[in-house]
Design a protein around this ligand. Structure first.
Ligand code: ZN
Length: 408
């Protein structure tokens, strides 16, 4: 889950106590110097420069569309009678999305009805708000499509989720997600709540599970769980959530401010393994989080748990985001590392396919940040050649069933 880089959010989080939780995890302070270096900072700057210089020049050429609706110019999509994007190719396997969210209402819990249907979904990158839509480039890391103004909107929205409510979040509902899943041939989605470390009103795991049950949508939406790694009751909560059926646990190093290899959280991995959970990490630097958080998400910090818990399965969300090359290298060394594809552009997707042969690549969308069709289109583009039919099925669906047999 990317989030905004604005100051208000930073103040909001620390005022809300998130930094207190992180301080309790500071087991690595003695080697803090090497945890994040000038070379790391330079690498991110270089990644942005290279992306700007090479976009549109990869194996798939220029891939810029006029908003999500603009994807209708691709062979697999059309616009329906309401002008909404529709996937019309019934040879495409029904997909499983391992990375989705619902609307968030936290802290003071502004009113949010997750069972409401609204005429249109306002994605956080609201690329169809205008007609024609905003430029949607599928050959860059997807958050590069946010303009500065759109990032400011995102900042306001993030605050609104905890205070006065968000006009975006009010459209991030179960009926709206299901409608888009129907249109995009996405059969099932794993919902990833996040424990933010707030002093109160921090119950997305419970809220989303309850909403899915109330909507009777459990066959299509599988609610996951999240704990704040340093919370004293984290293990108890994990047991309780696992007992209620959750199978996938979101951990977010940059939002929750911890290093994945912090010795203080090894108990969490132990328990996850015992409970048969799969860990979903936000992986790598998205580039739009506060800079002070970048340090937690360097790919090398994910290696120790991969190595020391070989029976525990880990999904590396966003395939490393803007640290995609290092994350890909890491993932190839461990059989328990799965790469969540969400966010990567088509050139890097092609590279991932060539390096992995498609093994352990998982389709994800990060809804409601983006329309499901943005991620689907990229997978269809890179698998649109003879001999890649099975690869397409593996990425969209079958790899997810290998990891979560109950979805098959
Ligand atoms: Zn996410």
């Amino acid at each position: 889950m990317p989030y905004n880089k604005g100051l208000p959010r930073r103040r909001f989080l620390s005022a809300a106590g998130a930094t207190v939780g992180a301080a309790a995890l500071g087991g690595c302070s003695e080697r803090a110097g090497e945890r994040y270096t000038q070379a790391d900072i330079d690498l991110l700057a270089r990644q942005r420069e290279q992306e700007a210089a090479s976009k549109g020049k990869g194996p798939y050429g220029k891939q810029v569309y006029a908003g999500y609706r603009g994807l209708a110019e691709l062979p697999w999509f059309e616009l329906d009678d309401n002008g909404e994007l529709l996937c019309v190719d019934d040879t495409i396997p029904y997909a499983i999305d391992v990375h989705a969210h619902l609307g968030m209402s936290v802290l003071f819990k502004p009113q949010l009805d997750l069972l409401a249907r609204t005429p249109r979904t306002k994605h956080l990158l609201d690329c169809d708000a205008t007609n024609p839509g905003c430029d949607l480039d599928l050959d860059i890391y997807i958050n590069g499509n946010f303009t500065e103004d759109a990032l400011d909107d995102l900042a306001a929205h993030t605050l609104g989720q905890g205070l006065w409510g968000s006009k975006f979040a009010r459209t991030h509902t179960i009926p709206n997600l299901l409608r888009e899943m129907d249109a995009m041939r996405v059969q099932q989605a794993l919902l990833l709540p996040i424990k933010l470390g707030l002093p109160f009103g921090d119950t997305l795991t419970e809220d989303w599970r309850r909403a899915v049950m109330a909507a009777d949508a459990g066959a299509r939406l599988r609610a996951g769980l999240s704990v704040f790694p340093s919370d004293l009751d984290a293990i108890t909560k994990m047991r309780q959530y696992a007992k209620s059926g959750a199978r996938i646990m979101k951990l977010h190093p940059t939002v929750q401010q911890f290093y994945p290899d912090d010795t203080a959280i090894m108990d969490i991995y132990d328990e996850a393994e015992r409970l048969g959970l799969v860990i979903f990490y936000h992986g790598g630097r998205a580039g739009i989080e506060p800079e002070s958080r970048h340090r937690y998400a360097m790919p090398r910090h994910y290696e120790l748990p991969l190595r020391d818990f070989p029976k525990l399965q880990f999904i590396l969300g966003h395939a490393g985001a803007r640290d995609a090359d290092a994350m890909l290298q890491l993932a190839t060394r461990y059989d328990n590392a799965w790469l969540g594809l969400h966010g990567q552009g088509v050139t890097h997707l092609e590279k991932m396919i060539q390096v992995t042969g498609g093994e352990r690549l998982l389709f994800g969308t990060d809804w409601p940040f983006y329309h499901l069709g943005a991620s689907l289109a990229k997978v269809l583009i890179v698998t649109n050649k003879a001999g890649r039919e099975q690869l397409r099925a593996d990425i969209l669906r079958e790899n997810a069933v290998r990891l979560f047999p109950e979805l098959g």
